[in-house]
Design a protein around this ligand. Structure first.
Ligand code: AMP
Length: 586
């Protein structure tokens, strides 16, 4: 393993970082203290939507801009905290009038439109459970999720309803109400209601339903890179972690303009694209449009974004788009940039520092953890290629699991399973209808993440790969991330995915699938050059033996490369669940 590169990249812009002294903050931290930064409901209990919205009104911050929505067609709509509080009250009243109550699940199947944000928070006010789905899901993944979640209500558009829900609706008798955000009354499909009309008739005041910290609030389905998506259950107490992790890991301050590019169909787009920034009182930018490099740079500049949270897949697309389109002044207001969802290849950190003038800070978490667990912080050195250090309140370790016992691996840079001491507020409380599967993740009071990682002497964690993706070749344990990162250092390579191919001698050999940057053509000569490059960088035991070129790599809707699928296709095995594939759009 090459030695870690240490770089200091402290931003001189804006307020001092929230986590000035990592060690001292960790030492003085308690979740009770974090909880005391929030208010709780006036008559006891805890409700995410109250912390996100109404609490600010009580403090006379209702006039502050909470959400600026940028429509695909250039429309801009602004919502203050008071506006959002009113709209969400109306939505909660609509649910109540429809007989949808505490614990009932409300699904959204919407693009990033204001109604999505209003429905999600209004649902929480009503004590109901919200489950946001990607609008690009096909009918099958929509149906399985809504059936498993026993949907009581759905908020969607007429078009999405007719294409993706109406054909199978009779099979879901629990779905009593479908609210359509478009279409006028009188011309709506049978058994649907106009949301606008229902909202117009509803009162804009609402007494938030009493919810306790442990009441269920959110149902999130995992991305499904390695198997059937699971429904992770989260409770209202999660808001304590959303709030404090956004402060520490994203360095969010109340005066910030924050842009989380994730869709709420993925947990990042809910925890940090709806809840956390509102609890802090920031202004969030929501862009309805799909990725477009020039549009994104334009948004950063025009909206004067201070903190930007995105994902490696988008960063790789920005890299592919080239530096020429970054106009002067694009990042003048940006103070902090972070990335999550997949390993952030060193190449991407170096590129951002050079081209954008500041680096992306990688952080790690998963649907089950509900919030950021490990991060490179604004005030701390970045170790390029590392996911950073655990948040205050989070204890992380590298372990070896042997049935019902755990052994902690103390040796630095030795890989094992990443484990987290159970008990932080946003920890999932179950997999929907899969109690046994849930319990299997816990051993000796530790939550086992299923990811392999290493820890260095300074306490930084290094991602090796998902447990299911790791390759065992001739006695070596090979993490795809290391191989992919080395391949990405080559200027021809835009994206890389590495899998193990069964081999009678070595057990497995390494095969790489590569997408190329503009200006490069797949050829035998390039294949040889890349094999040579990898051998030089990684040594023959770890370097790929085979390379295949692909125009695109298969990804989930949240942008994660599906190595499992590449492997199944390569070996002619059943593809398993592909419902979260990006190409579900069809
Ligand atoms: P999901 O729950 O669908 O968001 O997927 C979570 C998984 O994404 C984690 O278990 C990791 O395998 C991967 N992941 C998320 N963030 C990172 C990161 N910063 N580095 C490496 N892998 C990551």
């Amino acid at each position: 393993m090459k030695p870690a590169v240490l770089r200091k990249y402290l931003s001189s812009r804006g307020p001092a970082p929230n986590l000035g002294d990592y060690a001292a903050t960790r030492a003085g931290f308690s979740w009770a203290l974090a909880r005391s930064e929030l208010d709780g409901l006036p008559r006891g209990g805890l409700n995410i939507a109250h912390e996100a919205l109404d609490r600010h009104l009580a403090r006379r911050r209702g006039d502050k801009l909470a959400l600026r929505w940028l429509g695909k067609d250039g429309t801009v709509r602004d919502f203050t905290y008071a506006d959002l509080a009113r709209h969400t009250n109306r939505f909660a009243n609509v649910l109540r009038a429809a007989g949808i109550g505490k614990g009932d699940t409300v699904f959204t199947l919407l693009g990033r439109v204001p109604e999505l944000y209003i429905s999600a928070l209004g649902t929480l006010k009503n004590g109901s459970v919200v489950s946001p789905l990607f609008s690009v899901f096909g009918p099958e993944p929509v149906q399985t999720r809504m059936q498993r979640g026993e949907a009581k209500a759905l908020v969607t558009t007429r078009h999405l309803y007719e294409r993706k829900v109406a054909p199978w609706r009779v099979q879901l008798p629990s779905l009593r109400h479908v609210f359509l955000i478009d279409g006028t009354e009188g011309s709506l499909p049978a058994d649907t209601v106009s949301l606008a009309a229902a909202m117009a008739a509803a009162s804009d005041s609402f007494d938030i339903v009493h919810t306790a910290a442990e009441d269920i609030a959110l149902l999130h389905f995992t991305s499904g890179t390695t198997g059937r998506p699971k429904g992770a259950i989260h409770v209202h107490e999660a808001v304590v972690a959303h709030h404090i992790t956004a402060k520490y890991a994203l360095d969010l301050h109340a005066d910030d303009i924050f842009w989380c590019t994730a869709d709420p169909g993925w947990v990042t787009g809910t925890s940090y694209g709806i809840i956390a920034p509102l609890t802090i009182g920031t202004t969030m930018i929501v862009d309805e449009a799909d990725f477009d490099a020039e549009r994104w740079y334009d948004i950063l500049r025009r909206e004067r974004v201070n903190v930007w949270y995105t994902a490696p897949t988008a960063i790789r697309m920005l890299m592919r788009a080239g530096a020429e389109i970054v106009k002067p002044g694009t990042l003048d207001t940006v103070r902090f940039m972070a990335s999550v969802g997949e390993p952030l290849n060193p190449e991407a950190v170096i590129w951002s520092a050079k081209t954008l003038g500041q680096p992306f800070h990688d952080n790690w978490w998963q649907t089950e953890t509900g919030g950021i667990m490990i991060a490179n912080f604004a005030s701390q050195d970045i170790k390029i290629g590392s996911m950073g250090r655990p948040l205050p309140g989070i204890e992380a370790a590298i372990v070896d699991r042997d049935g019902d016992t755990l052994r902690t691996i103390a040796e630095p840079m030795k890989s094992g399973e990443l484990a987290l001491k159970a008990g932080w507020p946003s920890m999932f409380r179950g997999y929907l209808h899969e109690e046994e599967r849930y319990r299997k993740n816990f051993v000796d009071g530790w939550y086992l993440t299923g990811d392999l990682a290493m820890r260095d002497l300074d306490g930084y964690f290094w991602f090796v790969g998902r447990g299911d993706d790791v390759i065992k070749s001739a006695g070596h344990l090979i993490g795809p991330f290391e191989v992919e990162s080395a391949l990405m250092e080559h200027p021809a390579v835009s994206e890389a995915a590495v899998i193990g191919i069964p081999d009678p001698v070595a057990g497995e050999t390494v095969k790489a699938f590569l997408a190329l940057n503009p200006g490069y053509e797949a050829s035998e000569a390039l294949r040889k050059e890349l094999l040579g490059h990898a051998r030089k960088r990684l040594g023959p035991a770890v370097a790929p033996k085979e390379i295949a070129f692909r125009a695109d790599l298969p990804k989930t809707r949240s942008g994660k490369i599906m190595r499992r699928l590449l492997k199944a296709r390569e070996l002619g095995l059943p593809e398993g669940d592909t419902s979260t594939l990006e190409s579900d759009e069809k």
